[in-house]
Design a protein around this ligand. Sequence first.
Ligand SMILES: C[C@](O)(CO)[C@H](O)COP(=O)(O)OP(=O)(O)OC[C@H]1O[C@@H](n2ccc(N)nc2=O)[C@H](O)[C@@H]1O
Ligand SMILES: Nc1ncnc2c1ncn2[C@@H]1O[C@H](COP(=O)(O)OP(=O)(O)OP(=O)(O)O)[C@@H](O)[C@H]1O
Length: 309
Amino acid sequence: MTVRAPAKVNLHLAVGAPEDDGYHPLATVFQAVGLFDEVTASRAPGGTFTVEVTGTDASRVPEDHSNLAVRAARAVARTAGPDDEPGLGVHLHIRKQIPVAGGMAGGSADAAAALVACDALWGLDLPRDQLADLGAEIGADVPFLLLGGTAVGLGHGDRLTPALSRGSWSWVLLVSSQELSTPAVYGELDRLRRGRAVVEPRVSDPLMQALRSGDPAALGASLHNDLQHAAVSLLPELDHTLEYVAAAAPTGYLVSGSGPTVAVLAEDEQHAAELAVALADAPGVSRVLRASAPVPGCRVVETGVRGAV
Ligand SMILES: C[C@](O)(CO)[C@H](O)COP(=O)(O)OP(=O)(O)OC[C@H]1O[C@@H](n2ccc(N)nc2=O)[C@H](O)[C@@H]1O
Ligand SMILES: Nc1ncnc2c1ncn2[C@@H]1O[C@H](COP(=O)(O)OP(=O)(O)OP(=O)(O)O)[C@@H](O)[C@H]1O
C-alpha cells in the first residue's frame, strides 16, 4: 500500500502569544505543493512496527520509534480496538524528497501518509476526520497534509477550512544547507517579542483575495510569515539568501513555515524555470526545486494488487 504525501508552504503565518501549553495560536494559510514523500506500508507480524528511509537526506531521519510515521502507524493500530490491535503490525518504507527540518512539514507528511496507508492496509476504513484527529496528536501540520489544496488553519494550525484558489501557482524552493528546529524558532520569536504586546493572529484579507483572483503579483505582494524574523535571527546566513532572492526580482518570496527553506513565487512556469537558474548559486542554498501548487493531500497511489491502483 503506497501513499504519496505533499509538502506545504505557509502563504501567510500569523502567530499569537504562547498559551499555557507552550503552543501558539495561529492564523495561517497553507498550500500543498507538488513535492512528495512516498510511504509504502507492508504487513508485518502483530506488534511489529519498523521503518526504513531512503532518498534525499534519508540519513537525517530516524529509523526507530521516534519516526513520526511509526508513531502514526501505532496510533492507527491503537484505534483499531483491543481485539484487533495485537494482530496488527507494519513495515514502512519512506522515500524522501521533502527537505528534512526545512519548514515544509516533511515529517508531518510522512505521518499523514502512514495514517492513510495503515488504515487502508488493515482495511479499517476510518473516517478522514478521525485520521485527522489522530494526526493532530502527532503534529499540528498533519491534518493539513491529509487534506491538501489550499486551506486556512486556525488554533494550532489544525482547525482547517478549505480556501478558494484560482488556477495553479508556480514555486521555486530554495533548500538550505542548514536546518532549523521548529520549537527553537517559536522560542526565538517569543524572545524577540518579549515586553511587547502581541496582536491576535488574523487571516489576511488581501491574501485571500489574491488567491481568488489567480493573480501572481497580488499573491506575491501579500505573502507574510511572522516566523521569518526569528528564523533569520537563529540563522543569520538566511538573510544573505533572502537578499540574493530579492535581487532576482521574483513575484514574491518568504521563508516557508519555521524555515530555513525559502519559497519563491514565479509569474508562471517559464518564469519559474528562469528563476531556478538565476537562484542556483544563492548563498546557503544546497538544492533548488520547482513545484506547482495547489496539489491534493495524501492519496493511495499503489495498492500492491496488480491493476488495482
Ligand atoms: C511552523 C509550522 O510548520 C507552520 O505550519 C507549524 O506550526 C509547526 O507544525 P509541526 O511541526 O507539525 O508542529 P508540532 O510537531 O505539533 O510542534 C512542534 C513544536 O512547534 C511549536 N508549535 C507548533 C505549533 C503551534 N501552533 N505552536 C507552537 O508553538 C511547539 O514548540 C511544538 O513543540
Ligand atoms: N518521517 C520523518 N521525516 C523527517 N523527519 C522526521 C521524521 N520523523 C521524525 N523526524 C524528525 O523530525 C525533525 C523535523 O523534521 P521535519 O522534516 O518534519 O521538519 P520541518 O519540515 O521543519 O517540520 P515543520 O515544517 O512541520 O515544522 C527531524 O530533525 C527528524 O529528526
